[in-house]
Design a binder for this molecule. Structure first.
Ligand code: AMP
Length: 302
């Protein structure tokens, strides 16, 4: 079973206390797709500009990614983001955000992409997320992600999207920002109350919290000793999660908990290297080994 996914493809500059990586491959869709394609094929919906290096396209072509929905906007510049992490990685500041080709992007899904049962609405302008959702024929399972920038600027569109998604992903700070609640569990319940079937709040090294109308389950993170660059943690988590569900072709509660462990395992590899490096050499076997470690150390708390 394949996934259709929309999000950003970016050239990122990432600053940490260890140094600066300039113009590296990034974007929410990139991290998602590299992670999800370990488990299932992905139909990509995004836009790039003239400056997008051919070697990145080669990386995409080497994976089970369908690129018919990847638009090349001639004469335009690829989306760029520059983020800086605090020395302890606890906070991230966006220093620059250039939408570039995304400013005029109107996604038009190829027929094959419209027909897929799994849909990922990655972190991108919620108007574009709604536009992609509207073009899907009958998606069986929709996961959507967002970030503080869009909660601040396009809150109403996010609220409109909520009843249409099965799983809404966001981090603890974003959950507080969206609901104005300080307690993450209260915030998660409020988002479920607003219409999403379930909400997963990512709490970094403290794991994640799954909220459904039946209650809340806390799930673990795999704590890495060599945290190097948290960029893409959330998107690679989403990729591991939805990739696993698409491969299993079911999304009952038990499978969803397994999918969360797969997301946690994939993102732990992502954050150990700079940019997408931690995902490019990753195999399914590495992920399964880490899922087993998580399982043996943990009983979900409901
Ligand atoms: P994450 O660390 O999972 O939040 O994802 C980081 C990625 O999101 C980076 O590679 C950025 O290129 C991308 N990104 C940052 N800001 C935005 C934005 N406002 N819209 C879309 N993508 C963004």
């Amino acid at each position: 079973m394949a996934i259709t996914a929309v999000g950003s493809i970016a050239l990122d500059t990432i600053t940490t206390s260890a140094g600066r990586a300039e113009g590296v491959l990034g974007g929410s869709l990139t991290y998602f797709s590299l992670a999800a394609s370990l488990f299932a094929p992905v139909h990509i919906v995004a836009v790039i500009g003239d400056d997008f290096p051919a070697r990145h396209l080669e990386l995409f072509r080497a994976r089970p990614l369908h690129l018919d929905g990847l638009e090349h906007a001639a004469g335009g510049k690829t989306f760029r983001w520059h983020g800086r992490y605090s020395d302890d990685f606890a906070t991230r500041t966006t220093l620059a955000l250039e939408l570039n080709v995304f400013q005029t992007f109107h996604p038009k899904l190829p027929d094959a992409a419209r027909r897929q049962p799994y849909l990922f609405l990655g972190n991108i302008d919620p108007d574009l997320q709604l536009g992609v959702f509207a073009q899907m024929e009958r998606p069986a399972f929709v996961v959507s992600d967002t970030m503080d920038h869009w909660i601040r600027h396009k809150r109403q569109q996010i609220v409109t999207l909520l009843p249409r998604v099965h799983t809404f992903l966001l981090n603890d700070e974003e959950a507080r920002l969206l609901t104005q609640e300080t307690d993450v569990e209260v915030a998660a319940r409020a988002i479920v109350g607003a219409g999403a079937d379930c909400v997963i709040v990512k709490c970094g090294a403290d794991g994640s919290l799954l909220a459904t109308p039946d209650g809340i389950t806390r799930m673990p993170a795999f704590r890495v000793a060599d945290l190097t660059d948290p960029t893409g943690a959330g998107d690679s988590f989403a990729g591991g999660l939805l990739g696993y569900l698409a491969a299993r072709r079911t999304h009952d509660h038990r499978t969803l908990l397994q999918a969360i462990l797969h997301g946690a395992a994939v993102s732990s590899f992502c954050v150990s290297r700079v940019g997408v490096e931690g995902l490019t050499t990753l195999t399914r076997a590495h992920v399964e080994a880490r899922v087993q470690q998580l399982e043996s150390a943990y009983e979900p708390i409901t």
